[in-house]
Design a protein around this ligand. Structure first.
Ligand code: ZN
Length: 345
């Protein structure tokens, strides 16, 4: 069948994104076709647009990792998913047979891939995915919310619940709060009874974060964040730092973390080289934990939290498929507070 989607035919800038028509293959065994209602952008899409060293994606390539929609067709040997089901997608793809998959650690699969990165993504009217990637859409959510939270909320969930094990009374510093991971992280920490400190380049975003429950917010263009954190914690430092900015923030993360604290990293939007002063790391007993996406069980636990209302996916803006370039421009300019969503016709 023929569908329309936002694709790139070559790597480069926003001028490479075109909305055009292409042939979608039929679902194979274990797969389903989803008629997508919405997709959402992630910073990853900007990396994919530029081209990622070491990842050889066939072109043309459909962008987008997040999405939600309705099951339209079911391939052979599919259990538990039926035509007409309203679903959200887990953007991760795993083999299901290796030791890590069999141990329930799907995001540690050596063959782990992401929709929209290694294979065609969600910025299209339909997509064919493994049935195991479909989870029931929380009925209380709008389609725009449902299609936007998967990647960032799963990422934040695993970092904070599984890795950092945030609990009541703990303090967490989150860099760059307007992004999807930062907002999901903030809600997860607050739901666990912790306190959240945030940073941003935008006073308006700090104001929004404060309304959502952040205890402190600092504009990193004006404030020495590590100094402010120490002042706010009686010179102790925070229990947890969420750092997905990387190069620009990591030195601050190390100085802001308390003795025995943990820094969790899931990305490096400002560049992958981390400035690490080893003396702080060993003297302060710091733990630096890497994290990517999450397991099937992480997704289910996270989904229960979204279902219950403890996590409320924040939608920044909704664009039409034909305006996908404008959606990317908003993401690229870091103007968003929450997810940039594309509604699919
Ligand atoms: Zn595997």
């Amino acid at each position: 069948m023929s569908v329309r989607g936002a694709r790139i035919h070559a790597h480069g800038g926003l001028e490479q994104i075109t909305v055009d028509e292409f042939e979608l293959r039929e679902p194979a065994a274990g797969e389903v076709r989803i008629g997508l209602r919405v997709a959402a952008l992630n910073h990853l899409d900007l990396f994919v647009l530029e081209g990622i060293p070491g990842i050889d994606m066939p072109l043309p390539h459909v962008l987008g990792g997040d999405g939600a929609g309705v099951v339209e067709a079911v391939g052979p040997a599919v259990d538990g998913v039926a035509v007409g089901d309203e679903v959200v997608l887990n953007p991760g793809l795993w083999c299901g047979r290796c030791a890590n998959c069999l141990a329930g650690e799907q995001s540690m699969c050596p063959g782990y891939q992401l929709l929209g990165e290694h294979v065609d993504g969600t910025l299209a009217q339909a997509i064919v995915v493994p049935a195991v990637n479909c989870y029931p859409k929380p009925s209380r959510l709008s389609w725009e919310q449902a299609g936007s939270f998967g990647l960032v909320t799963l990422t934040a969930w695993r970092m904070l619940v599984r890795n950092a094990q945030v609990g009541p009374g703990q303090t967490t510093l989150i860099h760059g709060v307007g992004g999807g991971v930062g907002l999901a992280a903030m809600q997860i920490v607050l739901a666990a009874g912790g306190q959240v400190f945030v940073t941003s380049h935008s006073d308006a975003k700090l104001e929004r974060a404060s309304e959502l429950g952040a205890t402190h917010g600092w504009n990193y263009r004006r404030a020495d964040i590590a100094r402010e954190v120490r002042a706010a914690t009686g010179k102790v430092g925070v229990d947890v730092v969420v750092d997905n900015v990387g190069n620009a923030t990591f030195a601050t993360s190390i100085r802001a973390c308390r003795k025995g604290g943990v820094i969790v990293t899931c990305g490096s939007t400002s560049g992958p080289e981390l400035p690490v002063d080893a003396r702080y790391v060993f003297w302060n007993h710091l733990r630096i934990m890497g994290s990517t996406m999450g397991s099937d069980e992480d997704f289910r636990s996270m989904l229960r939290s979204v279902d219950s209302g403890a996590i409320e996916p924040v939608v920044d803006s909704v664009f039409a498929l034909d305006d996908t370039v404008a959606a990317f421009r908003r993401l690229q300019a870091a103007e968003q507070f929450g997810k940039v969503v594309v509604a699919l016709p």
